[in-house]
Design a protein around this ligand. Sequence first.
Ligand SMILES: [Zn+2]
Ligand SMILES: [Zn+2]
Length: 262
Amino acid sequence: MTFVDTHAHLGDAQFDADRDAVFERAAAAGVTRIVEIADHPDEWGRAVAIARARPAAARCTLGLHPYYANLFDDGFLPRLRAALDAAPEAVAIGEIGLDYARAEVPHDVQRRAFEAIAAAAKSWDVPVVVHCRDAFPDLLPILEKVYGGESSGRFRGVVHCFTGTPEQAEACLTLGFALGADGPVTYKKNDALREAFRRAGPDATVLETDSPYLPPQSIRGKRNEPAAVLEIAAKLAEVWGVPLDEAARRTSAAAAALYRWP
Ligand SMILES: [Zn+2]
Ligand SMILES: [Zn+2]
C-alpha cells in the first residue's frame, strides 16, 4: 500500500537538519511520492533541486503564493515559462490563488496575478495548485472564467488544503479540480469539511500534508511531515466507508492523474 503526499514544503528551514531522514521516514511509512511546492520565485531553484536529487520519489511545482502576488509583473510569465522549460521535474504551477485571511497584498492585486497565471497555465496545459483562504466568493468566478465551459476530461488542478463548504467543493469539482485533504480533516470539529470530502470521493481527492504546517490531530502543535499523510488517509477511508488500501490506491491514482506523473 503506497501513498502520495501531493503538497509539502520540505525546502523549509525546519527540515535543514534532517531532510533526508524525513524522506526516509516517509518511504518507510509507504509515502513513496512527494510533491515539493515552491511558493516564491526565490524558492524555485531549491524545489527543483530537491526533486532532481530524488527522481523516483519527488517532483516539484513552481508558484507565486498570494502572499507575494505583488511580485507579479510583465516579466513574470516569461520567467515562469523559462523555469518550467528548464525543469522537467516541475509538474505544476502553484501555489497560486487568493488569501483574504493572512496576505497583506490588496485583494485586487491578488486577483489580477491569480487570473493571469491561471490563464497562462491553461494555455500551456499545465495543472495548477490553487490556494484559497476565505476567498471562495472571488475565487470561483475566476476559475469559472478561466476553466469554465468545455471539459478537458482531466484535472485542471487541485484546490489544495480545501477548507470550503460542501457546496464550494461541488463547484470546484464541476470545474475539473481535485480537492486536497490535509490535517484539518482529522480535527474533531470539522464535520462539514469531512462532508465536502465525502462528496468528492477518493477519485477526486488527493492527500497532502502541507508540511511543516497543518499537523493532523495526533501531532497537533508539532512539525508536520509527509509520513503523517497516513493519518489523513485513515480518516478519509472512514468517511468514504472503504478499506485503507482502497483509499490509498484511489487517491494515489488521482494524484498521478493530477500531476501527470504516471
Ligand atoms: Zn497554501
Ligand atoms: Zn502549501
